[in-house]
Design a protein. Structure first.
Length: 546
């Protein structure tokens, strides 16, 4: 927890980690005595009704599930796959794992059969908790998963062989349970990376990772308070299967005793999002860049006066000037960009409370994190404006323990006490970081190293562009030339490949950026390949372009 301050330099230099030897995520959230009568979750149902869950409710249900785990004699560090969206059962399942010393595995409920098989097989999961949609998929692969013994489904009332009703089991179980004492360094959760480079890897995070996230949540959200009455209220469209949903929102909010809104959305809906923010008077939100772009496309200019937002955070892809200005105007607050990875999250951030915003910057290092840039030759980059790979000192509590069953990749990721992100950036003379992209995404054209994000942001400002992805394609003269895959607002342009619009986009980039950064090739398409977390898979664009 940070001491409130409006001086970034003082906050960064004076901050010291205070990580106890023993720490458990459940103990520090739902078990806290002073939180029991507070609202923990506001669950919005499909029929529009709202169910309020207190911390005491979540604790009792988690205790019941913890007793169910013990009844089935799961191994002490058994892995439990949780194939659910935002709903109370998801949070209850994670907490039961933390309470009993088991390891939870959040799994996206829109994963296909192959994606689920890979993760459940790799983790050797003993149990899966799912809804009916997940159950239908798991049934297809159950016989091919030798370690999977039990499926608990939240949507059935009648038990089948190895498939039991989640709610029937809880109804019969005791709600008394003493949470196991765990070391802060003990493993608590495996989160699989989305696999934009190579296959998915399971990042094994310890219980202390929650403490490691707290400064990185407080900075963009302008400090939080655990005192009663609570005035903040969190929501994110990011699924709780990802680190952004779990560790940027749900768990940190509960660490402070702040309620979280949950809603099981099948697809991001901008109209519903604006309505939800207004209706429930959401105060704090994490909106991924893709969500913001869709919201801007839906409502490009109409000012909304019925929003009550205090803070908006965003991260995962760089935001452009147009999007940031739109956020200020339409959402009524500045968007604080931040940066992190599943393996070492929330390490760089903006905070309009602590530092003047700089267009295009992802901010400065979060207190508690030693962040540097390193050159291809292995030297620290000290010159302002010079590119380097972002590396983070791996001794902070937010850092993952290892990749599950993958020591080779772990050793590549962490070298001599530094975690190598694979992301490139530059730093200005005031210490602000500017994201350029992953090493594979950087485009070398005519001797210049160009990041795709800046070009994408510029093209996105064109009034006739809905979405865009940029890559480099080989060229005999320039090494690479820039190609843009554009989703136009008027889908008729996809068929016609409107040359007039292409020239308009090219001229915009030349005017706003530089002559060497304009896309020499533009292709209009209907959709972009995206990860399940909403990031453009530029690797696929490059492969499809061959």
């Amino acid at each position: 927890m940070l001491l409130k301050s409006n001086n970034y330099e003082h906050l960064y230099k004076s901050f010291k980690w205070n990580i106890p030897s023993y720490f458990n995520i459940a103990t520090s959230t739902i078990d806290k005595k002073e939180y029991q009568n507070r609202t923990a979750m506001i669950d919005l149902l499909d029929n529009g009704k709202i169910q309020n869950w207190s911390f005491a409710d979540i604790k009792k249900h988690s205790n019941k599930l913890a007793n169910v785990f013990d009844h089935f004699q799961l191994d002490s560090n058994a892995r439990v796959g949780i194939v659910l969206g935002q709903c109370p059962e998801t949070a209850i399942s994670h907490m039961a794992c933390f309470k009993t010393g088991r390891i939870s595995i959040p799994l996206f409920n829109l994963f296909g059969v192959e994606a689920l098989y890979y993760r459940l097989m790799n983790s050797r999961a003993s149990v899966v908790i799912c809804d009916q949609i997940g159950l239908d998929k798991i049934k297809e692969i159950f016989d091919e998963l030798p370690f999977l013994k039990l499926i608990l489904c939240i949507d059935i009332n009648k038990d089948e062989t190895n498939i039991l009703s989640f709610h029937n089991l809880l109804e019969k179980a005791s709600d008394n349970y003493i949470t196991k004492t765990t070391f802060a360094k003990d493993p608590g959760i495996i989160i699989y990376t989305s696999g934009t480079t190579g296959g998915p890897k399971g990042a094994l995070l310890p219980h202390r990772a929650l403490l490691g996230h707290i400064p990185g949540v407080e900075i963009p959200h302008h400090f939080l308070s655990s005192s009663d009455p609570v005035t903040d209220l969190f929501w994110t469209p990011a699924d709780w299967a990802w680190i952004g949903g779990l560790f940027d929102v749900l768990l940190p909010a509960w660490y402070f005793g702040i309620p979280v809104v949950s809603y099981r959305s099948k697809k991001f809906d901008p109209e519903f999002t604006f309505s939800l923010l207004s209706k429930l008077k959401i105060k704090n939100t994490f909106l991924p860049p893709t969500a913001l772009k869709i919201m801007k496309s839906f409502n490009p200019s109409q000012k909304l006066n019925n929003l009550n937002l205090r803070t908006v955070g965003s991260g995962g892809e760089a935001l452009g000037e147009e999007l940031l200005e739109w956020g200020k105007e339409i959402l009524g607050v500045g968007i604080n960009e931040f940066y992190g990875q599943t393996e070492c999250n929330l390490t760089i951030s903006n905070s309009r409370l602590l530092m003047p915003a700089k267009q295009g910057s992802i901010g400065k290092p979060v207190p508690g994190h030693d962040v540097r840039l390193i050159s291809h030759e292995g030297n620290f980059v000290s010159e302002p404006g010079e590119d380097g790979e972002i590396i983070v000192k791996s001794n902070s509590p937010v850092t993952f323990l290892k990749y599950w069953e993958n020591d080779q990749e772990t050793q590549k990721k962490v070298v001599d006490g530094w975690l190598y992100t694979g992301d490139f950036a530059y730093r200005d003379d005031e210490g602000y970081y500017f994201f350029k992209g992953r090493e594979d995404d950087i485009i070398n054209t005519s001797g210049y190293r160009v990041g795709p994000s800046e070009i994408e942001d510029c093209i996105l400002s064109h009034p006739e562009v809905e979405m865009v992805g940029v890559i480099g394609v080989p060229d005999q003269v320039r090494g690479n030339i820039i190609k843009a895959f554009v989703i136009p607002r008027d889908k008729a342009n996809v068929l016609s490949q409107n040359n007039k619009l292409k020239e308009s986009i090219k001229n915009l980039v030349k005017l706003k950026l530089a002559a060497h950064e304009y896309p020499r090739i533009i292709e209009f398409i209907k959709e972009l390949p995206m990860t399940t977390t909403g990031k453009i898979i530029r690797k696929k664009l490059r492969e499809n372009n061959k």
